[in-house]
Write a protein that binds this ligand. Structure first.
Ligand SMILES: NC(=O)c1ccc[n+]([C@@H]2O[C@H](COP(=O)([O-])OP(=O)(O)OC[C@H]3O[C@@H](n4cnc5c(N)ncnc54)[C@H](O)[C@@H]3O)[C@@H](O)[C@H]2O)c1
Ligand SMILES: [Zn+2]
Length: 364
């Protein structure tokens, strides 16, 4: 079992908003980590007399779900599986169900599931009674290496993803790698894309480690970035490496009915960012080749999926810039001699050239 401490607010003046003394938590990674749930709740939320377990229907149907034990009387609240569950309507339903079950501010919310459940359950906890403690059993690979750590919680609006949310840190996170056995094959891609990203964020040897240690290193890397920039005012943006194009591809895929997982889009985003960095003279051919190799070694493709081949680069660029008027200030997180950093003011011709290269690798 690997324990990764997430240290928050280092050097911060004493807080007066009720969070003092609770500035940090552990992430436990390993086979069987979820068996520590009751212990975690007892140690970190000693005031709790009852728990609300938030999950989704697919997770609730797994053979291991019945073994989840917060060590207190609890009710299970299962939402539909998938991104569509991240709604304000579900936040209201959950909070009303918490109230009906008699959940107090001194009690605890336990999110058991992937990133959707930790985002939704964490946000419901953040607003219920103006803030109720919560902890997470992360059950998807993406949840374990990324979503469950860092305290960003929230839901979507019809106008956009993650538009409503709160920074609300969990009291602990359990990443039980044994639970991944039931994870659908396609969901693995989501987590692997993020893992490929961490290779370029200070973990070059990631692939050489045993699987559990790989997850542990990703958690530690995310914890480090979050500790340095809890509210994403600076360096936390580096976690978006590969994500500018990824988000554009996801939007394009949604519009054209192409099934593209987040991690598959991130993999393409990494390859694109490498091509763009080369155009800007920041890295050479060897680094670009490394991006392709890493993506492939994580089992992901470095080529656009059939439905997105031949997409108009201008359209993708518009997605990346959100709006054509903003194309004069394109920013990307890019590799370079000092490592990965935020680069502002990228010229449209370079962004477009790198897109053409992604669509037709022979045109470099
Ligand atoms: N808060 C953050 O910092 C952060 C970071 C990255 C992503 N996210 C969010 O995370 C979400 C994506 O997370 P995700 O990929 O985990 O999606 P998800 O939570 O929808 O899980 C994917 C699917 O796998 C199923 N599942 C999960 N664990 C399982 C298991 N062990 N066995 C069988 N089935 C299982 C779920 O029911 C779901 O159908 C997005 O909404 C994204 O915005 C948040
Ligand atoms: Zn991501």
């Amino acid at each position: 079992m690997i324990t990764v401490p997430v240290v928050l607010g280092a050097g911060e003046a004493a807080r007066t908003d009720g969070e003092a003394g609770a500035r940090g938590y552990d992430v436990l990674v390993g086979d069987g980590a979820s068996a520590r749930l009751a212990d975690l709740v007892a140690r970190r939320v000693p005031s709790a007399r009852r728990a609300a377990v938030v999950t989704d229907e697919a997770v609730a149907a797994t053979p291991w779900f019945a073994r989840m034990d917060p060590g207190l009387p609890y009710e299970v609240h299962a939402v539909e599986a998938g991104e569509r569950a991240k709604t304000m309507a579900n936040v209201e339903s959950l909070c009303r169900a918490f109230a009906l079950s008699g959940l107090a501010r001194s009690d605890v919310v336990v999110a058991v599931g992937g990133g959707v459940v930790s985002d939704l359950g964490g946000f419901a906890a953040a607003v219920y009674h103006r803030g109720t403690p919560y902890c997470t059993v992360a059950t998807s690979l993406l949840g374990q290496v990324d979503a469950a750590i860092g305290g960003k919680t929230g839901v979507n609006l019809p106008e956009g993803k993650n538009l409503v949310g709160a920074f609300w840190q969990p009291t602990g996170v359990l990443c039980d790698t044994a639970l991944l056995e039931t994870l659908p094959r396609r969901e693995w891609a989501s987590g692997r894309g993020e893992m490929a990203k961490y290779t370029f964020l200070g973990e070059p040897e990631l692939l050489e480690l045993p699987f559990e240690a790989q997850v542990g290193r990703c958690v530690a890397r995310k914890a480090m970035v979050v500790a340095a920039d809890e509210r994403e005012t600076g360096t936390r943006v580096l976690l978006n490496y590969g994500h500018t194009l990824a988000h554009a591809l996801e939007a394009a895929a949604l519009r054209s009915g192409v099934d593209l997982r987040h991690g598959e889009a991130v993999a393409l985003g990494l390859v694109y960012a490498a091509g763009l960095a080369r155009r800007l003279g920041r890295i050479g051919d060897d680094r670009v080749a490394l991006h392709h190799e890493v993506v492939k070694r994580f089992g992901l493709s470095d080529r656009l999926p059939p439905g997105l081949e031949g997409m108009d680069p201008e359209e993708l660029l518009a997605y990346m810039a959100r709006d054509k008027k903003a194309t004069h200030d394109l920013s990307f997180v890019l590799d370079g001699p000092r490592g990965v950093e935020l680069v502002r003011g990228v010229a449209v011709k370079d962004a477009l050239g790198a897109l053409e290269e992604l669509e037709d690798p022979s045109c470099t």
